[in-house]
Design a protein around this ligand. Structure first.
Ligand code: B16
Ligand code: MG
Length: 237
């Protein structure tokens, strides 16, 4: 397959923002005297904001009106926004910065498909906003495992889904990619929980983009102008 674009999930692929989401949710739960059980953290993985709140409220959910729930989610989000201000390029997960730099250097379009409404601020804090030509709006697509956000990213990039390769750490995200009209899924994390992915890696550090994009670079006739003989962890002049 000749890939023409790369699409990334954010949390768990590019940066560990789950750590900051958990701090903010835990503070909310403690403030409401709600239990924080051993599996709460696992159950929150990859869920969008209001679904996460339902996990936190658990059986107490019916005690809160919709307005009260929106206010609680806003309270958690304010705390999360304070926390993401502390992010810096040092918080990029292994291989993320190098891969993005390589894709940009080869003029391969890069998109983001994150459920987070805070994604633009997170990218800014990580110093990688300019690496992305498209950030799909999570408010305009049904949540993962629906494929909408990946299809929107591909559309924004102007590349058919079958020519896009996408990176995800959550099983729901891998399912979303696999139902996105022929898109290829690279799972980042545990192969047992990401078994629907086409490839599974421990981190982006193991991904060798040269192998996946070489043919598109050669095919587009721009090979002479680019250092495509160099691997991404080598210096690109
Ligand atoms: P926000 P991803 C997801 O990001 C996180 O994994 C999840 O924990 C979070 O609740 C969700 O974004 C919504 O985030 O409250 O900032 O809108 O993995 O899709 O990049
Ligand atoms: Mg994720």
């Amino acid at each position: 397959m000749i890939y023409r674009a790369a699409i990334f999930d954010l949390d768990g692929v590019i940066a560990d923002t789950a750590r900051l989401h958990l701090i903010a949710w835990k503070q909310l739960a403690e403030g409401l005297n709600l239990p924080w059980t051993a599996d709460t953290e696992e159950r929150l993985k990859g869920l969008e904001r209001m679904a996460s709140l339902e996990v936190i409220l658990g059986e107490k959910s019916s005690n809160y009106t919709e307005e009260a729930k929106i206010a609680l989610a806003a309270r958690k989000n304010s705390r999360y926004q304070e926390l993401i201000r502390s992010l810096s390029p040092a918080d990029l997960l292994p291989g993320a910065g190098e891969l993005l730099a390589w894709l940009n250097s080869q003029h391969i379009p890069v998109g983001l498909a994150s459920a987070s409404k805070n994604a633009p601020a997170v990218l800014e804090a990580l110093g990688i906003s300019r690496c992305f030509s498209v950030i799909a709006d999570p408010e305009k697509s049904a949540p993962k495992p629906a494929p909408g956000i990946f299809l929107a990213a591909a559309k924004g990039l102007g590349i058919d889904p079958e020519f896009c390769i996408a990176f995800e750490d959550a099983p729901a995200g891998v399912s979303a990619i696999k139902s996105a009209n022929g898109m290829t899924a690279v799972g980042i994390g545990n192969p047992d929980s990401l078994k629907d992915a086409d490839y599974t890696l421990d981190s982006l550090e193991q991904f060798v983009p040269y192998d996946f994009f070489l043919s598109v670079l050669a095919e587009s006739g721009i090979r002479q102008n680019m250092n495509i003989d160099k691997r991404p962890n080598e210096k690109i002049d």
